[in-house]
Design a protein around this ligand. Structure first.
Ligand code: MG
Length: 268
């Protein structure tokens, strides 16, 4: 029998006097339980024995790639990418890759559900206005765009501003930093699901822009379109991530992705 120490009893007394809910100490050092109810829709009991989540060493500095990430760009080379016409040919400058008119970059690897981190900086001093100021974008599966643009004191149609699900939803807020400053996207993208050629679950997106939530589990209406309503058309379960060359010298650095599982009710 576990005996509470005098100190524990004193803390308990203070908590009770303060009206704080108290978890009484017990003699139960169980790790898992087998006398608990079945969890609905899962092959496990409440608090039951089940696979332990994999231990992943997080980066020393949040924003850097954790241990299980696929690094798409670490500042040294463009090996993870194909270019508009064959090899990726964006400029490499000071640990960044820079859009230079050679075409949109496409990952060699294909992905379904992912967590993506990337950092970008739009050209400084800013040039152009509306959609012509620091335009780029990140496309999931080569189809679903999160807009990159300089919307620091630059107005454009809201569903095309920085961090918009282009042509579909504006971000919840405008979290832009000024031109030339490094900014970050942390994105959870859930691929659409199909039964044959019929959509069974739309693609879904959560985005933090510079650490600020700008989309939360928002469903895409379909593949990104310009001046048209987005529509879905059946595609493979995985596709490439793309970075748009829209003709503006946007810079990128520190791009990594983690493939996700568990969104299909898979056991975990
Ligand atoms: Mg764009």
């Amino acid at each position: 029998m576990h005996k509470p120490s005098a100190r524990t009893l004193h803390s308990l007394l203070l908590a009770v006097v303060a009206g704080t809910p108290v978890l009484l100490p017990t003699d139960d050092d169980k790790v898992t339980y087998d006398d608990t109810p079945q969890l609905p829709g899962q092959p496990y009991k409440v608090h039951g024995d089940r696979p332990w989540p994999t231990v992943v060493a997080p980066a020393a500095q949040v924003g850097a790639a954790p241990a299980d990430a696929v690094v798409l760009f670490d500042g040294s080379n463009l090996d993870a990418w194909r270019g508009g016409k064959g090899e990726a040919a964006w400029a490499l400058e000071d640990g960044a890759m820079v859009v230079n008119g050679t075409g949109t970059l496409t990952t060699r690897q294909e992905f379904g559900d992912v967590q993506l981190h990337l950092e970008f900086a739009t050209p400084a001093p800013p040039q152009g206005s509306s959609q012509h100021r620091g335009n780029s974008g990140v496309f999931f599966m080569g189809r679903y765009e999160v807009q990159i643009l300089d919307c620091f004191e630059n107005r454009t149609y809201p569903d095309g501003q920085t961090a918009a699900m282009y042509g579909q939803y504006p971000p919840l807020v405008n979290a832009c930093r000024p031109a030339g400053e490094w900014q970050s996207y942390d994105i959870v993208f859930e691929a659409p699901r199909w039964e044959g050629d019929t959509l069974s679950k739309p693609a879904r997106l959560t985005v933090f822009h510079n650490g600020v939530l700008v989309h939360h589990a928002q469903e895409f209406l379909g593949a990104t379109a310009h001046r048209a309503v987005a529509r879905y058309a059946a595609h493979a379960a995985k596709g490439p991530i793309q970075l748009q060359d829209h003709g503006n010298p946007v810079r990128f650095r520190n791009i990594w992705v983690r493939e996700l599982g568990g969104y299909d009710g898979a056991a975990r």
